[in-house]
Design a protein around this ligand. Structure first.
Ligand code: SF4
Length: 342
């Protein structure tokens, strides 16, 4: 069987701080196939962005890889970069070949990523020149025109300055930049949060269309489950540095198997808007990852917590075909079948 496009296997990334180690990512595993979209959801500070930055190895200096691996098309892109003490060499040749060409990223707040004193087209052209030094100027500008066509910006706006674009247009231009080198995977970190809801909806529609056209896989990071529902084939729900539930988007919405996912879905309006429901805030706040709670990390906020949850850490257990949950009482609470360890 062919290897998945991207594979994270038991990835552990901690940050060294003067207060102690921050357990930002603890044993995170998932795969993304060619052309597939995985939605990584959870509250702020649950480790989503650190997971993404670990893939591209753009972590701060105090990050230490404590275990696990990241593979692209079956080949490790992490091992060569990890030094003996666990810190990362961000300039490792191995990952430099992968960044932008194979995996590109739309950063959170990326609308402000363009340099205000250069024209947008020039900035995209420069990114292409750096990675394809043999490409002619004619080919580069033809590529930029294709990209503008793809993201729906008129070509006569290529040589505008960033301030001459609306918010939605800037976001489209950022998507064009991310697609410029034909990557196999785009990591999109909260790609639409800075936009109003109407522009957000339009951009999400465009992203879906572009993805279908280009067959680019996507790791979509967001706290907004409705964004994920629109774009993702699969979902992974993160809480306090761990994946607590993973499955197809349908399974997560229709066969929810973890109390945190249930709470997260309950905090957002119905994605179809077809039935009125009372939104419920999740009580409490995510734990301090320097000393995460013993047992189940969700237990201080879980309405179903029992004595066992306070001491005994649950494992990610298979509850259906490709569906996993990290809860001792999944079967009892949600009727999901137990199918062995992940
Ligand atoms: Fe809640 Fe216990 Fe399940 Fe954790 S293991 S989610 S505390 S019921």
């Amino acid at each position: 069987m062919a290897a998945p496009l991207l594979e994270l296997e038991n990835l552990i990334v901690h940050f060294k701080t003067h207060r102690g180690w921050v357990h930002a990512v603890d044993n995170v595993s998932f795969t993304i196939g060619k052309g597939q979209t995985l939605g990584l959801v959870g509250e702020s500070g649950c480790g989503k962005t650190t997971t993404a930055f670990s893939i591209l190895q753009i972590l701060p200096y105090n990050a230490h890889v404590k275990g696990g691996d990241v593979r692209l098309k079956g080949r490790s892109i992490l091992r060569d970069s990890v030094k003996e003490d666990g810190t990362i060499d961000p300039f490792n040749e191995n990952i430099r070949k992968v960044r932008w060409k194979e995996i590109s990223m739309i950063f959170q707040g990326a609308m402000n990523a363009f340099n205000p004193v250069y024209k947008v087209g020039d900035q995209i052209a420069e990114a292409i020149r750096v990675h394809y030094p043999d490409m002619s100027e004619q080919e580069i500008w033809k590529r930029i025109e294709e990209l503008y066509d793809l993201v729906g910006i008129p070509k006569d706006r290529i040589m505008n300055y960033p301030h001459e674009y609306s918010g939605g247009m800037k976001q489209r231009a950022i998507i064009a930049m991310a697609l410029a080198l034909n990557p196999s995977l785009i990591i999109a970190d909260e790609p639409t949060t800075a936009l109003d809801v109407i522009t957000q909806d339009r951009i999400l529609g465009e992203m879906k269309r572009i993805q279908e056209e280009t067959k680019t896989a996507m790791l979509l990071i967001t706290h907004d489950v409705s964004v994920v529902a629109e774009l993702s084939d699969k979902m992974a729900v993160m809480y306090a540095g761990q994946i607590v539930e993973m499955g197809t988007t349908r399974q997560i919405f229709k066969e929810t198997a973890h109390p945190y996912t249930e709470a997260l879905l309950g905090a957002f309006p119905s994605i179809k808007g077809d039935k009125k429901k009372r939104l419920k805030a999740i009580p409490g706040s995510p734990p301090d990852l320097i000393s995460p709670p013993r047992g189940c990390r969700f237990h201080p906020r879980c309405p179903y917590a029992r004595e066992r949850c306070l001491e005994d850490e649950p494992e990610l257990i298979k509850v259906g075909d490709g569906h996993y949950s990290r809860c001792h009482y999944t079967e009892e609470l949600f009727g999901a079948g137990q199918g062995g360890g992940a």
